[in-house]
Design a protein. Structure first.
Length: 187
């Protein structure tokens, strides 16, 4: 309860700096929702920021929701769809570079979630291919994807740590994502 009241008080004091940008209420961090989950997605702390951000949310949410069936013959089409989603999200991210920094920071976190999603499936597909005796063309690429994911998490964490109290939930999520992705690759 103390964290939530601190955030609300911070938003009241810093209201002119972004907490009241949209019509939505300030984000309240609920500690039970963050029990080191790597799939937890905080709400948007700035309301509806822009059409580009709204589209980025749609693209990244759809990409993370798309699951690979587990069959090797389905992996390439699934990966192609995920790659197209990443390319769309990156194009939308470019449109956000000139906007508010908090929106850009959170957008990086959303893209990092897509890279995490791809890396997890790629790791599993490599295991399935190896068990089936199939020589896959994606073999050994998991580390590269985890490294890319880590870079996006780091941008998100940097931006959220300096963006104000309204970004506390995303700051925690991005730091968690950064630690998780760093543990998955050999630096």
């Amino acid at each position: 309860m103390r964290v939530a009241s601190t955030i609300v008080l911070g938003c009241l004091l810093l209201g002119l700096l972004g907490c009241q940008r949209g019509k939505q209420q300030a984000v309240v961090i609920e500690p039970h929702a963050m029990q080191s989950s790597t799939t937890w997605v905080p709400g948007d702390p700035f309301g509806s920021a822009s059409p580009a951000y709204a589209r980025l949310v749609e693209v990244t949410d759809a990409a993370v929701a798309a699951t690979w069936s587990g069959a090797l013959e389905d992996f390439a089409p699934w990966l192609e769809d995920e790659t197209v989603a990443v390319e769309r999200a990156l194009a939308l991210l470019k449109a956000l570079r000139v906007g508010p920094r908090d929106v850009y920071a959170v957008a990086n976190g959303r893209i990092a979630m897509v890279y995490d999603h791809i890396a997890v499936a790629l790791t599993e597909a490599s295991r399935v291919a190896e068990e089936a005796g199939v020589d896959s063309d994606w073999k050994g690429e998991e580390g590269r994807i985890w490294t890319t994911s880590n870079a996006f998490w780091a941008r998100c964490a940097r931006g959220c740590s300096t963006g104000g109290t309204h970004l506390d939930a995303w700051d925690l999520r991005c730091r968690s994502g950064q630690a998780n992705s760093a543990a998955k690759f050999d630096p």
